[in-house]
Design a protein around this ligand. Sequence first.
Ligand code: ATP
Ligand code: MG
Length: 582
Amino acid sequence: MRQSTLFATTLRQSPADAEAASHRLLLRAGFIRQLAAGIYAYLPLGRRVLAKIEGIVREEMDRAGAQEMLLTALQPAELWQASGRYEVYGPELVRLRDRHDREFALGPTHEEVITTLVKHDIRSYRRLPFTVYQIQTKFRDERRPRSGLLRGREFLMKDAYSFDTSWEGVDRSYRRMYEAYVRIFERCGLRFRAVEADPGAIGGEGGTHEFMALAEAGEDTIASCTRCGYSANLEKAEAGLPEEDADGTAGVEERRGAIAEADVEEAERIYTPGIRTIEQLTSFLGIEPRCVIKTLLYVADGQPVAVLVRGDHEANETKLLRALNAEQAELADADTVASVTGAPPGYAGPIGLGIPILVDEAVARMQSGVCGANEADYHVRRAVPGRDFAVHRTGDFRNVREGDRCPRCGQGELRLGRGIEVGHVFKLGTKYSEALGAAFLDAEGRERPLLMGCYGIGVSRLLAAIVEQRHDDKGIVWPAAIAPYRAHIVPVSARDETQVRVAERLYEELVRQGIETLLDDRDERAGVKFNDADLIGIPFRIVVGKQAGEGLVEYTVRADGEKRLLTVEDAIARIRAAAAAT
Ligand code: ATP
Ligand code: MG
């Protein structure tokens, strides 16, 4: 490709609203352009990278035995009504009407469509199992589209669906997709982790993993063990035993008994004027936050509940929802707090509270603690769980913290890091097959619902996640496997006949050898061309300069800045070897 005719302009300035590096660089380097919030066009360079990623995804899906299809973006609303998601999905679902006033949705995902198709075509266990996939544009009217391709309203997804006759089959299909994902992300040169995730709203009975690209720009927090392979989303990550219990000698019940017997002095009501926050309370009393019992009031599916966590811990709403089997929960407003506790916010406590109380394990294990007194300007000192307030229900209701002991191996510590969800594998079970009536006849002729799994990769998000990991202050540094071109030829001066001749010859030779090459044939200053080349980030560059007449060119590797003066032949050989290695 000749750069003089390439439809891509590099921009000197970063767009003001672009915060994420991938957003900024993809715009500046001429890979994408925004048409509206969260809606982007791929210019030729961007399209080439996308096609490379699609190619890898397709190869690995095919290798895993999945069959490619192409489903429709326009989906009749009835399918969504039948699955019960027409309402649940909310405003993220793009809805429209045709000329006959019939309702449609623009597909944000395709469980309904594929299950309906399979329902009409598959009757017997003999035609099962199978997995299908597609690479297609999805539409989600995200509340906050952000960071360019990382969260778009129109984006490219690979979605796959497996159909099995048994849970063992689902496990096999799931494992096969999981392994394909590992290969896909490795081939894309991504640093990633597969983490245990919470099933959330999509529903289902089995397991789920999210594939997280490790990057600061990520919206998700991941906890990983320093010793074993344990890795989980913050929503899901289990809090291990507190340090003092980690030897496992004392079970919760035993400890609780021991505490009840220990003679902690009577609880005492203390005057704490205007003290509402943990920080104020700890500095007022001169105690550590871990000595405080924090009482959080939530309204879960319309019902008030209290959650007790230690002062140095945060409540985890996902765990709360699970424990309560509730759809949604939010912190109670001041009015609710007042009516439940009889006090303004900041003074809630568990003693005498007439609502269900969920007690985090770490609180259940406290000898005693300071808590709110359900009265303005008062707290209670030496409140003992089980003695001064009922401990009906204990469990893991908090977020893990950096340095917590690993819940899996009990040896390592948890580290927290940021991640971008690039893929998701999910055992769905019969959720959609039952709702939509997709059944098969087993060997005994009995009708049974199909067992499903679903598997997504955000192809366009993956592209951006790779840029988040692969860039420097000059621009993008593409891994060779997905770069828009392998080689970039830059003659220093477009007016030097020898340079132009050598560059043209080199270009023809590389193209003849099947190596994708970009030739900067623009009549620009050398500095401009070099800056653009760094910005665009093609892995191997050949600069044709003053020594072109002697048959020497400069070979540069974008990733590490390695530079060598080589003969034209050697430069070609190197690029060929590097291309063969990826
Ligand atoms: P998120 O939590 O980021 O909103 P999700 O759980 O809604 O993601 P899924 O429904 O599992 O995502 O979709 C499968 C994959 O599609 C995700 O793993 C992600 O890589 C990608 N994806 C989801 N939403 C977007 C979006 N708005 N823009 C780009 N990619 C997306
Ligand atoms: Mg989402």
